[in-house]
Ligand binder design. Structure first.
Ligand SMILES: *Cc1c(COP(=O)(O)O)cnc(C)c1O
Length: 443
């Protein structure tokens, strides 16, 4: 009898997976279903059981060009033939140079230096180290705390977790282990008119702690996984001024918003201000491989090197992985050669039109869009175990969390495909409301 090979039996994958593999934020005892994917191409995910789903998530902000793109595949294949990896200690290579050239051209002029690392969370760790080392080298070791706002998300490693929203970041589980940083109120939504007094509480906190604070870290204009909060660019402008006045470095986490997602190449361009340190990840490789980067100005880089250890104390094993750098450089070229701004503006206009009717549903609290990000906020947390299969049955991949049903599709999505996503959101939320109303009547 031939040996049983599970790889030729996708119908058993979900069960095997359930027995052994953790997924993001899951339990090993309260099991959530997973859908085996056999292939992905363009905007489509092809499930192993033959079903096809239009992807509304870009694999968490990353796959901006869609899947299986021949140009991105080609870049990896070409690089693979010369070398997949070499250590970055004492060595350098073409892909790192090529990607750096592109990042230097794309980012604001004062940004001159880059540190390549493995994931977004690690790039935040590096940003925090840069800020603390900067003040240490300047002879002000007491400036070693971080300042941020509530509602943020910066990653899952300990340093990054320390600046995530204290409630949704579950700080109470790690009390005494996470550093105690400072949290100003969450920025008010951009749907409300700008009110300068919004900065008062933050200004007061920053001024009274300026001697302890190394840096302010924030996601400019869009707070992503912490609640999909879209806030005023003016807030970001005021932050730059306050950080300068109080001698605090400003870190922008653009891991989610970078590479055109908000309609500008970087979200900080909406506010026309430049950070001291910039974190990039997610779409950096067009969703093909894991890579992130922490960029900074000559001021910060020279500062770190002036005194103290004199060197930036970080060095991942797979730093500047050549395959990842090669495909990232290609992804940026592809983006710049495309009419991405037109695409993103078109996606925004269509989502505004087609998601707006959701506002009339009793279960919906708010609808908001910026660039290629569309958000429907519900009044109560959604029932994932009911809702996820509803979306899959309608041929779309949308993965809500908490009270947020949101999409950020690949930029290449067609109008027809996007309509299928927005229609599915309306229909599923409508059905959810009717189901709950039915239950309420029975009670
Ligand atoms: C996803 C994300 C991170 C963490 O990136 P990973 O690659 O998942 O470690 C950090 N900050 C923001 C804003 C993100 O969206």
């Amino acid at each position: 009898m031939p040996e049983f090979n599970i790889l030729s039996h996708p119908e058993f994958w979900a069960a095997y997976d359930r027995d052994h593999i953790w997924h993001p934020y899951t339990s090993m005892t309260r099991l959530a279903p997973v859908y085996p994917v056999a292939e992905a191409s363009g905007v489509m995910l092809h499930l192993a059981d033959g079903r096809e789903l239009i992807d509304g998530m870009s694999s968490w902000w990353a796959a901006i060009h869609g899947y299986n793109h021949p140009r991105l595949n080609g870049a990896i294949e070409r690089q693979l033939r010369s070398m997949s990896h070499v250590m970055f200690g004492g060595l350098t290579h073409g892909p790192a140079i090529a990607l750096t050239e592109r990042l230097m051209a794309l980012t604001a002029e004062p940004i001159e230096h880059v540190f390549f690392c493995d994931s977004g969370s690690v790039s935040v760790e590096v940003a925090i180290k840069m800020a603390i080392q900067y003040w240490f080298a300047k002879g002000v070791p007491g400036k070693n705390r971080l300042f941020t706002v509530k509602g943020g998300y910066h990653g899952d490693t300990f340093g990054a977790m320390g600046v995530c929203d204290p409630v949704s970041g579950m700080h109470q589980m790690f009390t005494g282990i996470l550093p105690s940083h400072l949290f100003a109120p969450k920025p008010l939504p951009a749907s409300k008119p700008w009110d300068p007094s919004e900065m008062d509480a933050l200004t007061q906190m920053l001024e009274s702690h300026r001697d302890e604070v190394a840096a302010m870290i924030i996601e400019p204009v869009v707070q992503g996984a912490g609640g999909m909060n879209l806030y005023h660019p003016e807030y970001v402008r005021q932050l730059r001024r306050l950080c300068d006045e109080n001698e605090v470095l400003l870190i922008f986490d653009e891991i989610a918003t970078g590479f055109g997602r908000t309609g500008r190449m970087f979200a900080y361009e909406h506010a026309d201000v430049i950070p001291d340190i910039l974190c990039l990840g997610k779409a950096l490789t067009g969703g093909t491989m894991t890579l992130a980067a922490t960029l900074t100005t000559a001021k910060v880089a020279r500062g770190i090197s002036a005194d103290g250890a004199g060197v930036l104390m970080h060095g991942p094993t797979f730093m500047a992985n050549p395959l990842a750098c090669a495909v990232a450089a290609e992804s940026i070229d592809l983006l710049l050669e495309s009419p991405w701004q037109e695409w993103v503006t078109g996606i925004e206009a269509q989502m505004r039109r087609e998601l707006e009717p959701c506002r009339s549903l009793p279960v919906v609290a708010d609808v908001r869009c910026i660039g290629a990000i569309g958000v429907v906020e519900t009044r109560e947390p959604v029932e994932m175990s009911w809702m996820q299969p509803q979306f899959v049955e309608r041929g779309v991949w949308i993965r809500p969390f908490g009270k947020l049903v949101y999409i950020m599709p690949p930029y290449i999505i067609t109008g027809g495909q996007l309509s299928k996503l927005t229609t599915a959101i309306f229909d599923v939320l409508n059905k959810w409301g009717e189901k709950n109303a039915g239950l309420a009547r029975q009670l």
